[in-house]
Design a protein around this ligand. Structure first.
Ligand SMILES: *Cc1c(COP(=O)(O)O)cnc(C)c1O
Length: 435
């Protein structure tokens, strides 16, 4: 029996793969495939690791924001709200999803490197508590929109601290040459701070940075905090402005395969907090409230995707392809950045994993690979259920209707029960917008 990468994965006496204690082949039979499963108990557990560490380590006003781009649907906003998290939203669509789910929008932080005037108005209409501002044009547009309403808009300025987190290029966002934020190194961060302080309808609360994603390096948050706190201290000395909030972004990595490391998030946050306490003391500044915006580490291991195997194509002397009834339309991460996954044949866990193959989707693209070079159960054949683990982050939220494939439903697993949180897209849904 394999060692599983998360303790919500197991095998039952019948040799079937279980997720959150439930037989995945039975779930596939009940709800159909492709199917996204979400282990709600794990999701809440992951949220509590953060909220408990924050309570233990940081002062009043500190808060965990769920970076909802990792997986956004109404029920997840409700759960985040129940667990006392704020949320990070990046578009009117995410704002609408959170707002219409009853989420307290005062706890929403609106990111994105290009908010249109309409986006800004919509966010204000919905009562979004805080904007995270990328650059000068946007800052002026927010000031103007707030002026038109006779309000002051609370915001953080997104800065690039110039930290290389040693991760994939596509998710490396904290360097000076990033498309996001204002660089400290070039003086642009200071210039935008001075501008924000001069605008009447702007309530500058502090600063934000996000160095990247899939971060395993031990001291990335300490390095980012050091640069940001030096900046806070400089701004206080030069402008008499004391930042109330410092948002260190998200990014902790999770294991996708046995080869990956894992991060003890509670312990890491303790170390980051200790470092921040010391640094603030050294710089003689009051410690701002600390925010973090985890996405992946909250949702990734709470997710699993199930597919039905269609064809097992053996090309003698070359390789074997196992095709399933989904693909890059529901999981584009391998196609996008070569992401790794652990895969199983759910009903054949007692068999040796001796079928070396590429697990591929049904889309008309050779690049439609879910995972190359995996070992499925020896007898895998048409009709079997293939399971891809750790798909809770950046799968549903990045899904498309490529080839007009309907998106799978999301079924939540909670305390041995299951319920539909997002229904399966129908063929009628696919043509709903067509005239
Ligand atoms: C993507 C993103 C996050 C979340 O990153 P994870 O790697 O999923 O934790 C947080 N903050 C910002 C600004 C982001 O762009």
């Amino acid at each position: 029996m394999p060692d599983f990468i998360c303790d919500n994965i197991s095998v039952n006496a019948a040799g079937r793969l279980c997720f959150a204690g439930q037989d995945t082949t039975a779930l596939a039979a009940r709800y159909g495939t492709p199917l996204y499963l979400m282990d709600e108990d794990r999701l809440r557990h992951n949220m509590r690791i953060y909220t408990q560490a924050f309570q233990r380590c940081f002062g009043p006003g500190s808060r965990v924001l769920y970076a909802s781009k990792a997986n956004a649907f109404r029920q997840i906003y409700r759960i985040a709200g129940e667990e006392g998290l704020g949320v990070d939203v990046v578009s009117p669509g995410e704002i609408h999803s959170a707002h219409s789910a009853g989420f307290d929008m005062a706890l929403a932080y609106f990111h994105s490197n290009n908010k249109t005037d309409a986006d800004i108005r919509y966010a204000m209409d919905c009562g979004v508590g805080c904007f995270v501002v990328d650059g000068e044009e946007e800052l002026r547009a927010i000031d103007a929109a707030a002026a038109a309403r006779g309000t002051r808009q609370k915001l953080l300025l997104r800065l690039t601290p110039g930290i290389d987190p040693h991760t994939y290029a596509a998710v490396d966002t904290g360097r000076v040459d990033s498309k996001f934020g204002s660089a400290i190194e070039t003086g642009q961060a200071e210039a935008i701070t001075a501008l924000a302080l001069s605008l009447e309808h702007i309530d500058l609360a502090g600063f934000h940075c996000h160095v990247g994603s899939m971060v395993f390096d031990e001291d990335v948050f300490q390095r980012a905090a050091a640069v940001m706190l030096e900046f806070v201290a400089m701004v206080q000395k030069k402008y008499g402005f004391l930042a109330r909030e410092l948002d260190l972004g998200g990014g902790y990595g999770v294991p996708y395969t046995a080869a990956d490391g894992s991060v003890d998030i509670g312990a890491r946050i303790g170390e980051v907090a200790e470092y921040i306490h010391q640094t603030c003391a050294r710089l003689s500044i009051a410690e701002p409230a600390i925010l973090m915006e985890p996405g992946r580490s909250i949702v990734a291991d709470a997710g699993m995707t199930l597919y039905t195997v269609g064809a097992v194509k053996r090309i003698p002397g070359y390789k074997t392809y196992v095709s399933v009834d989904g693909g890059m339309s529901d999981n584009p991460r391998y196609a996008l950045y070569g992401a790794k996954y652990t895969c199983y044949t759910a009903g054949r866990m007692a068999e040796p994993a001796a079928l070396r193959c590429d697990l591929v989707g049904r889309c008309c693209e050779s690049g439609d690979v879910i995972q190359p070079d995996v070992c499925l159960a020896e007898g895998t054949c048409r009709g079997d259920i293939a399971a891809v683990c750790t798909t809770g982050a950046y799968n549903y939220s990045m899904a498309s209707n490529y080839n007009r494939i309907p998106r799978p439903p999301i079924v939540m697993l909670r305390g041995g029960e299951s319920y539909v949180a997002v229904r399966r897209e129908s063929l009628a849904d696919l043509v709903m917008l067509d005239e």
